[in-house]
Design a protein around this ligand. Sequence first.
Ligand SMILES: Cc1cc2nc3c(=O)[nH]c(=O)nc-3n(C[C@H](O)[C@H](O)[C@H](O)COP(=O)(O)O)c2cc1C
Length: 334
Amino acid sequence: MLYKLIFRLIFSRMDPEKAHHLGMFVIRFSSKLQLTKLLPKINTHNVNVLGESFRGYFGLAAGFDKNAIAVKAFGELGFSHIEIGTVTALAQAGNPRPRLFRLKEDRALINRMGFNNDGAEVVAKRLEKLRNSSDILPVIGVNIGKSKVVELADAANDYRTSARLLAPWSDYLAVNVSSPNTPGLRDLQSVTALRPILNAVLEESLDKPVLVKIAPDLADEDIVAIAELAKELKLAGVIATNTTISRSDLKAAVREVESYGAGGLSGAPLDSRSLEVLRLLRTKLSKEFVIISVGGVETQDQVLERIKAGANLVQGYTGFIYFGPLWARKLNRI
Ligand SMILES: Cc1cc2nc3c(=O)[nH]c(=O)nc-3n(C[C@H](O)[C@H](O)[C@H](O)COP(=O)(O)O)c2cc1C
């Protein structure tokens, strides 16, 4: 209720990216002032997967805390795990603004951020400091991607650099080949392009679990091919899905949607395809392979539906914008 009012009066009137930075500031500040400690304790499922103990199924998807600046605070807000990143080997500014748009009627976002991040070296130092603090932390996944200036042909070495720098501080590594906002990146989902990248990351992983994050726009046979590759290379599992380039079945007017231009669509409209991809993956991957399901999840019922459909963990991003800071606690509470 209160968040809805604040959203309507403040956040929804601001540029979405500025609102994001204000939100991040408030979240970090609330944690510093220990205001998050005033929240009543909640009971959660204890989920043992990827060699870690998760306090609940539901975690924060990649892209919200790209630079690992608010990991502890998000843990206090009830997320069982935080997937930081996408981090690239080279620091980069991302695409020109504006690059983040709200489709309010659809409870969706369109973004073409383009992996704006501080780079693997800086983020690794930040994570090292965090690990050496006495803070209670959620499980930390590190999502890595290709630096924009690096040619697709040299992608494996670029991912290798990020994996080498970040594996020591991660609980799992997520190889992102599915963002629509780095030219050519999604072509790396073909088995021929993906194999050397995953091998490079596995070599640097220090035996931390490695998962691959895929797009919802892949044809079913390509999803099956990635599942087969995951088995062949003994990956820990698959994260499904990233944002979609589809614009079908939206409530927002076509002209409005078109005015925002290219980018990945996230939020409620992604629910059914994300669930479908999960079901397909689970028919191909036996239970020793982990599936993290993400895309369009807003409620606890949806979290449980994903678990029933074969997910081990569930993540969300866009729901945070529309449901506010207590969202994860609601979804993880039992
Ligand atoms: C603004 C924004 C930035 C994102 N950045 C990343 C990213 O850097 N890396 C990544 O793997 N996914 C990124 N994502 C995708 C999310 O992690 C997630 O896969 C997608 O939004 C679907 O989940 P949702 O419907 O709960 O938002 C981003 C999503 C949004 C909305």
